[in-house]
Design a protein around this ligand. Sequence first.
Ligand code: SAM
Length: 385
Amino acid sequence: MVDPLRFRGEISRLAPCEPFPASDTGGEMAATTTHPEVRSLAAVSRLTDKHGRAITDLRVSVTDRCNYKCVYCRTGTEGAQYAELPIADYLRMVRVFVALGIEKVRLTGGEPLLRKGLIGMISELAQMRTAFATEGTKLSPGMGQRLDIALTTNGHLLEDLAQPLKDAGLNRITVSMDAIDHNKFARITRVPDSFNRVLAGVRAAKRVGLDPVKVNCVLLRGFNEDQIVEFAKFSRDEGVIVRFIEFMPLEEDRVWTPEVVVRLEEILTALNTFQPVVPLAANTASETALRYTFQDGLGEIGIIAPVSHPFCGHCSRVRLTSDGKLRTCLFSQADHDLYGVLRRGGEDADLAEFIRRTVDRKEARHHIGEPDFLKPSRSMVHIGG
Ligand code: SAM
């Protein structure tokens, strides 16, 4: 058995931080006109939190609607619960984030491919340039790199959209698939014949060059852990990176228990029954997945283990919900109403100030499995995974 953390480096355990107030609306602010150019923001230092983590990764939920009702994610009876905003308003907020140091933008939901205007949004994102050099110095306007633009989808509508997404400037795609067995897949998604739709989407994404295509599988004991080896074969046969994710307490229902989680070591044991696994070096320090291949070098497996091996010490992420709330951690107890600042007529400088103030107090770490764990104020589908 390989040491799962061999290439991970030190996973730091940070001290708990001050909690946020239960709601944060940004306080009173005079209505002002919006600056036409965000580049006029006087941001000279990159967005960081008080634990010294550079925040470079933004996930934006563009809709709270989803066409799947995955049994571990949703109750099956509730629909969208939160509003979606005009695409132009997401773009305005993203521009401010980019001016502060965001380099990667992942579009998610709900199901992002349901969102009208998504292709146009990606074209706009593709025009943006990063504002800081790798070591953190401020760049002159327009001198930065293109953003890394990614999307997470259930893949149901992907077959027809893969080419337009690629043409608009999408760099990478992650498709969620929780079984290879067709019947099991339909039982999980609660949508008939969903496997064939998603498989066609994965193949289309590969064909148009959205490479590497990543396939995310959330494992639950007694449910789909018998699919681990099937997914290993799928990675090798289809030329995709399969990533297993430990189930987190982020569901609408209350099905999470520590016993349901299929942990990293167990996943490795199952993979080793197929063929000995070999660890691969991390691509970046803040990478969420531990990477592996097989002895013959064919296939790539990632394991994302937030429950058994938390990686909060390297977290570089914040999230914007479909209704424009800033969330500093998946497990936050409070939303921060960034859109409220915009709606009340705030200038880009006001948005930037709100973002800086909120991100500064980003939670040190999550408390999954600890006695003081509190369920977050939103479930995964209403945050944007
Ligand atoms: N609809 C898109 C999709 O299916 O990928 C994007 C939204 S979905 C909420 C994002 C990801 O979160 C999916 O890969 C899903 O499997 C994962 N997810 C949902 N609930 C989860 C949980 N409780 N623990 C871990 N991952 C979860």
